[in-house]
Write a protein that binds this ligand. Structure first.
Ligand code: HPA
Ligand code: ZN
Length: 332
């Protein structure tokens, strides 16, 4: 069977990384931007490895130049997610790309994104919330500026602060000021760890940044004591299985640690990361997990509820989503 119509919640999605390639190509044509090297012959995004992925990502993102471009992107992304049965998602938004970390510009981008999200919610029944994200390879000074943008716009829509980018550069603790600033503004926290960094990077994220969730975190499996810690503390992992396979962490789904983490009592959630880059969607993730691990509806239901519980939204929104998961059509 296909899990397409099963209601889903996604917590780890990079806004630009979800851009359909045709959308980026169309904008590049409109603006006469040369995107040589970004696309393969079949029209999909082309990259060799993680470092090259980040370069191609930033090249593709360079065509998104105005708040209106982000409004159009938001509609395209939410339409794509709604088609996969997603009823709620949190996406990573970067003031670095939206106005170069200038607060006034960031507010304009954010207003355009929120307006588009409200339209998508009315038309397609999908709810979006934003996680402001600093970019690790841009360094701690830029992360501070990004955190200040996050703190100034924290509220019922910008609900979290996170960090993406090249996990092999610097240490989590180098970004403590930015995460402290965001926490003081009331934001929930997540950071990429345990993807290209080993298990120590997961422990550092917990100890040095005091995050609420971990982006990926799958390499915790290499340290049994850390797996016990994650289970005991109820730390939620935003696992992105097909992204990990596309980037070569694991050769195939059966070798992916998500099932061992789940069996050890770690609260895992399922996510797509950058779906067109990794040729995935929430439905494809679910279908591939069912094939590899023979998971039944009870397992998928538990994973979606893990995501509901770990969502950074307010409790009123969580309550409405809970009703939709329970099949109460009136709450849509
Ligand atoms: N990982 C880390 N950083 C990123 C990603 C990702 O998948 N996408 C965009 N920035
Ligand atoms: Zn990611």
């Amino acid at each position: 069977m296909s899990w397409r119509s099963f209601p889903k919640i996604e917590l780890h999605l990079h806004h630009e990384g979800a851009a359909p390639p045709a959308f980026i190509r169309g904008l590049a044509q409109e603006k006469s931007v040369n995107l040589a090297g970004v696309f393969a012959e079949d029209g999909s995004y082309a990259f060799r490895d993680f470092a090259h992925f980040l370069q191609v990502y930033e090249a593709a993102t360079s065509v998104l130049k105005t708040p209106d471009d982000y409004a159009r992107l938001t509609l395209a992304v939410l339409e794509q997610s709604a088609e996969q049965g997603v009823i709620y998602c949190e996406s990573f938004l970067s003031p670095d790309f939206c106005g170069g970390r200038d607060l006034g510009a960031w507010r304009e981008y954010l207003a355009a994104i929120r307006e588009a999200a409200a339209r998508a919610e009315a038309q397609m029944g999908i709810t979006l919330r934003g996680i402001v994200t600093c970019i690790r390879h841009f360094g701690p000074d830029k992360a501070r500026e990004t955190a200040l943008c996050a703190a100034e716009t924290a509220g019922d829509w910008i609900v979290g602060f996170g960090m993406g980018g090249d996990e092999t550069r610097g240490k989590q603790g180098d970004f403590a000021w930015a995460f402290d600033c965001a926490r003081e503004a009331g934001l929930k926290l997540t950071t990429h760890a345990g993807e290209f960094g080993g298990p120590a990077s997961v422990a550092q994220a917990l100890d040095d940044l005091r995050v609420d969730r971990i982006g990926h975190g799958v390499r915790a499996i290499e340290d049994p004591a850390l797996v016990d810690r994650l289970a005991a503390t109820g730390t939620v992992l935003e696992v992105c299985p097909l992204s990990n396979i596309a980037l070569g962490l694991y050769p195939q789904m059966r070798a992916h640690p998500v099932e061992r983490l789940r069996a050890a009592g770690v609260r895992v959630t399922i996510n797509t990361d950058d779906p067109p880059f990794f040729h995935t969607s929430m439905t494809r993730e679910f279908d591939a997990l069912e094939r590899a691990f023979d998971w039944d509806e009870g397992v998928f239901d538990q994973l979606v509820h893990n995501a509901l519980d770990a969502a950074f939204c307010d409790d009123a929104t969580r309550g409405k989503l809970a009703k939709r998961l329970a099949g109460d059509a009136d709450s849509a």
